[in-house]
Design a protein around this ligand. Sequence first.
Ligand SMILES: Nc1nc2c(ncn2[C@@H]2O[C@H](COP(=O)(O)OP(=O)(O)OP(=O)(O)O)[C@@H](O)[C@H]2O)c(=O)[nH]1
Length: 353
Amino acid sequence: MQAAEHVTSPATARPVVDNFRLAALHRYHILDTPACEDFSFLTELAARLCNVPYAFVSLVDADRVWVKACTGMQLGQLPRNDSYCSLAVLGTPDLEIPDLQGDPRTAHLPLTVTSPFMRRYSSVALMSSDGFAIGALCVLDTKPGYLDRQQRAMLVKLAHQVMALIELRASEKTLAATVRELEQLATTDELTGLHNRRSLLHRLRFETARAKRFRAPVSAVMVDLDYFKRINDEFGHAAGDQVLAAIGQLVRDHVREIDVAGRYGGEELCVVLPNTALDGAMHFAESLRLRIAAQTHEIGPRMLAVTASFGVGTFDHFDVADAESLLRQADAALYRAKRGGRNRVEGPSTERL
Ligand SMILES: Nc1nc2c(ncn2[C@@H]2O[C@H](COP(=O)(O)OP(=O)(O)OP(=O)(O)O)[C@@H](O)[C@H]2O)c(=O)[nH]1
């Protein structure tokens, strides 16, 4: 048990270790997270085992104490200097204040002098894995008193459970972020930042299936850079990569969030436009064509302009049965755009419409 006179007053200057303690607390990303039954269950259990009406899981932030879970009364947060728990994180791990009204550190605090007029406080510090007290599991009563040995032992065990839960939530968050990052890596083309071929085809199949199911249109726009071989031959492969990356960025900026832009292969890109009929897709392709042609690329001392040819396929008529035939249609249109002189947009052949 902590002797009262050994505990730092909340109003006194905080030791430097408080910065490390705060860093440890913030690493868990638990502050301001929604209420969670698992934590509430532990405060309920603490209150019952200690035979008191109130229990809290409190986290001591720089200037406030934020309550993750509570039993007996609703408490969101309170100023750090107004809380009992701020004493708990700067002293020894176990704190017992048998009479809050008679203790000079707590006699003036709001919860002591106003309803519910707390009289007794017992806590166990919540210790981070690197040894810092980030908060406390505490129990309170409006009658003076203290925990017996058995109750304190239970409170220590429950505090370990609270900490295990905090660690678990933090690990889950890290894991989810890692999975998102891996998904991003697995589906993104490194050079252009667009979907890679596998991801593009996957999304195309999904969008065509959805379009068929809901009888909605879907279009695919094939984009092939013109005379790209010359750029590689004349300025080197790195210059070609630079141009491709810049065009990838331009395409990313130009598409809507629900559109799927991907690198189909080499210098060929494809944009899937869900819920877009031929008119819209032709308009999109023409506007992208103009933007690509207007973009200049600084290659050493030279400023290069690059154009692209476009083939549009669409799925608002019944002769296109699946993703593959939609792509074939766009590819055939692209071929005609190339043959027709490049830097132009071609739609599906008129015989097929
Ligand atoms: N730098 C670079 N070049 C690439 C990449 N992928 C494909 N290419 C090049 O793109 C060029 C494509 O050449 P071609 O298929 O002859 O087409 P083109 O020169 O663009 O001519 P048209 O399409 O007929 O206008 C080749 O030189 C490929 O090496 C890449 O990732 N980086």
